[in-house]
Write a protein that binds this ligand. Structure first.
Ligand code: FAD
Length: 409
């Protein structure tokens, strides 16, 4: 187990500075354009692939940093550049993690390279779990997967929504119901290979923020995939379902537990780190502005009303980062989240990003309210952190249930 230290080592500093350079030189200058275009910034993803930031190797290296700080550091810097573009760069990772967590070695080797493509022909992937009637309450998912034994194929039907990269992905990872009696224990994940008939993009959403990231419905109509596309394989699924049925007979597994499980434990600190990146970006703009903008014959930061806001903003950002780092260190070192520390980090960091970006607008006055300055975009972007990967309310539910051991609703 790695010693926990607040001091980045030389290698980590080098990686952080390298990612920061890419965020400052490539991502930030492109941010306003792709926000207005509301399109996937393919040229920026390609640049990221060329320098090695858009690849599984890059994330694997950061993930296996034994201090746990590799991923949060990378996320903070990329999202400091711009949240919408950064999500376009890291969105594939959510689907890749789905395969890494549940797939066989063969599935990992076959599908992950197809999710990323290569620098000359970049691809993206999508992770499709949410549905119109199953957001926080994952257990009410309706998309069905039925096994056709004669052909060794699975047939999927249903509608997914809110899928980052949905419909434009080369590879989709789709969560579907096998046994509806078992709630989320009766779900399984499937690879939908490129160009599979029956999968189509539904509505593309016009969003409040992170507009450079593509979000859409994914419609599945009699989508047939080979048996080998069931992540983890049929034998493992059958064993898992048998265990879940046994437990259900013994009286376990209530619905609210499943609602809490709508969030993805392992990815919470990473989302917290994204929020820290956005918050820090807005804080820096506000600090700079407060030092250079003069009213009443002096810089506005000379007023405690402004300076104290900046002091609070920076304090919250640092506190958020520490919660994120702690949870990331715990995750990498296999520590039990006995107080839902992952959820705490995501909750605090995302609420901080929303608040701090709002304060930044206030400090910039009228300019803060326009698209001439980036804090307006950052504030719109920040709102997503309290919604995806489990809303703030769901994080509080998880924390409260974990702390109390009570079935709080
Ligand atoms: C831009 C964007 C990208 C996304 N990307 C993906 C993706 O790639 N893949 C994917 O599968 N999903 C994705 N999502 C979906 C996201 O995870 C869901 O939006 C989220 O889980 C909330 O679900 P919902 O929108 O249905 O809200 P609901 O679950 O309907 O919640 C509505 C409100 O009710 C509150 N609420 C619900 N239940 C409770 C409760 N028990 N106690 C207290 N309050 C409660 C919520 O906190 C929220 O405030 C994305 C969403 C967005 C907006």
């Amino acid at each position: 187990m790695a010693e926990f230290t607040m001091e980045l080592n030389d290698e980590q500093r080098e990686v952080r500075d390298w990612i920061h350079g890419f965020a400052a030189d490539v991502i930030r200058p492109a941010a306003a354009e792709w926000d207005e275009r509301e399109e996937t910034p393919w040229p920026v993803i390609q640049e990221a692939a060329k320098v090695g930031i858009y690849s599984l190797d890059f994330y694997a290296q950061q993930y296996f940093d034994p201090t746990g700080l590799g991923i949060p550091m990378a996320m903070e810097e990329l999202f400091w550049g711009d949240a919408g573009i950064a999500l376009s760069i890291v969105g594939t990772g959510l689907a890749a993690v789905g395969v890494l967590a549940n797939g066989t070695e063969e599935q990992i080797g076959t599908w992950i390279p197809q999710m990323y493509g290569d620098a000359n022909d970049v691809k993206v992937a999508a992770f499709c779990s949410s549905e119109p009637d199953a957001g926080s309450d994952v257990a009410s998912m309706r998309t069905r997967a039925v096994y056709d034994e004669a052909k060794d194929e699975w047939v999927l039907n249903g509608t997914k929504t809110w899928a980052t990269n949905g419909g434009i992905a080369n590879v989709h990872v789709v969560v579907a119901v096998i046994d509806s009696e078992l709630g989320s224990k009766g779900h399984a994940s499937f690879i939908i290979p490129p160009n599979t008939p029956g999968l189509s993009q539904g509505q593309k959403f016009k969003k409040h923020g992170i507009r450079a990231s593509h979000t859409a419905e994914v419609v599945l109509e009699d989508v047939r995939v080979p048996g080998s596309c069931l992540l983890g394989g049929k034998e493992k699924l059958d064993e898992r379902l048998a265990r879940a049925r046994e437990r259900a007979r013994a009286g376990g597994g209530e619905r609210l537990k499943n609602a809490a499980m709508a969030t993805f434990e392992a990815s919470r600190p990473a989302v917290g780190a994204m929020a820290v990146g956005t918050a820090r970006a807005a804080y820096e703009v506000a600090l700079d502005y407060a030092k250079t903008r003069s009213q009443f014959g002096r810089p506005i930061i000379d007023n405690q009303g402004v300076a104290f806001q900046l002091a609070d903003m920076r304090t919250s950002i640092d506190a958020a980062r520490l919660l994120v780092w702690r949870a990331s260190w715990m995750a990498v070192n296999g520590k039990q989240f006995t107080s839902a520390e992952g959820s705490m980090s995501k909750l605090f960091a995302s609420e901080t990003a929303k608040k701090v970006t709002g304060q930044a607008i206030q400090i910039l006055g009228g300019n803060g309210y326009t698209r001439e300055y980036p804090v307006e975009r950052m504030h719109r972007d920040a709102a997503i952190y309290t919604i995806f990967e489990g809303t703030s309310e769901i994080q509080r539910l998880v924390i409260a249930r974990t702390l109390s051991g009570m079935p709080i609703r």
